[in-house]
Design a binder for this molecule. Structure first.
Ligand code: AMP
Ligand code: MN
Ligand code: MN
Ligand code: MN
Length: 272
């Protein structure tokens, strides 16, 4: 049975609707899927017709920061009905809007006018993020690809990378726990932290009530999986795995396609 506990839909920056995502997951042999859109649970508002065809675990991927790094925390097996996630999504959506205005101002200083309006025109619903700005930069011919847009303007440390609006790490974990969910540190290797810093971050994450770590995030090398499994056991955390699928042809793993969790870890789904 394949558990894929990290994926995105059109309600954030994925390119498939929830129904399309679920059908593709079934095709890929995924038995349990978590839809974890960035800072929103809108994918769950109108249950897709396909919801009864797969085991779904309600989820979200919350944006936060630790020291100067942008960090993502997954809330898995969250309760959608007790109001905690609505409060989280509402707060994060307001943060996204303010942040988008700031990104627009930052890009203006780089000589790009009207980027906020351009990004807003491309965004639907409550999610407005860096991918909309990147797409706009491609559309106006400032760069030739999304990758170049991130490399030059939107990536880590660039003008369009604004982090200070997000709720704190303890706050996002609190929201997840209020929703009876399990807080899991997403893609620990993506933050490019030294091992010392990653361990320090995990200590703060655990102090704040974090319970799990993505030992496997998409395609990764065997030594990375061993390494993250060891860290997971050392810190007494639950282990999760997922593709972080964003859509066909996008630079993330295919649904269900990633290495299995090593035997020594306790899978997060033991607690679902
Ligand atoms: P945000 O949630 O607004 O901070 O935007 C971050 C999102 O940008 C990530 O979740 C990725 O989906 C996307 N992203 C990051 N790097 C790239 C890239 N090089 N090309 C396309 N999308 C990217
Ligand atoms: Mn994304
Ligand atoms: Mn992420
Ligand atoms: Mn993700």
């Amino acid at each position: 049975m394949i558990f894929d506990l990290h994926s995105h839909t059109t309600f954030s920056d994925g390119s498939l609707t929830p129904d399309e995502l679920i059908l593709r997951a079934i095709d890929q042999g995924v038995g349990t899927l978590a839809v974890t859109d960035h800072d929103t649970i809108d994918a769950y508002r109108e249950p897709p017709e396909t919801y009864n065809k797969i085991r779904l675990v309600a989820g979200i991927e919350l944006s936060t920061h630790w020291q100067s790094s942008g960090i993502h925390v997954l809330g898995l097996n969250i309760c959608l009905d007790n109001g905690a996630m609505d409060a989280a999504a509402k707060s994060q959506s307001a943060a996204r809007f303010e942040r988008a205005q700031r990104i627009g101002e930052n890009l203006k200083k780089k000589g790009i006018d009207d980027a906020f309006a351009g990004a807003q025109a491309l965004s639907k619903g409550t999610y407005i993020g860096r991918p909309h700005f990147a797409r706009h930069l491609v559309n106006i011919g400032k760069v030739t690809s999304m990758n170049a847009a991130f490399r030059k303007y939107m990536g880590d440390g660039k003008a369009g990378d604004v982090r200070q609006h997000w709720a704190s790490l303890p706050r996002v974990i609190e929201w997840i726990r209020e929703a009876n969910g399990i807080a899991v540190l997403a893609h620990p290797l993506k933050y490019k932290l030294t091992r010392t810093k990653l361990k320090r971050m995990l200590d703060d994450f655990i102090d704040a009530g974090g319970q799990g770590i993505e030992v496997v995030s998409g395609q990764q090398l065997p030594h990375q999986t061993r390494d993250m499994a060891q860290l997971c056991v050392q810190k007494n955390l639950l282990a999760s795995c997922g593709s972080d699928f964003h859509g066909p042809g996008k630079p993330w793993a295919e649904l269900g396609v990633f290495p299995a969790l090593p035997n020594q870890v306790t899978p997060v789904w033991d607690r679902f």
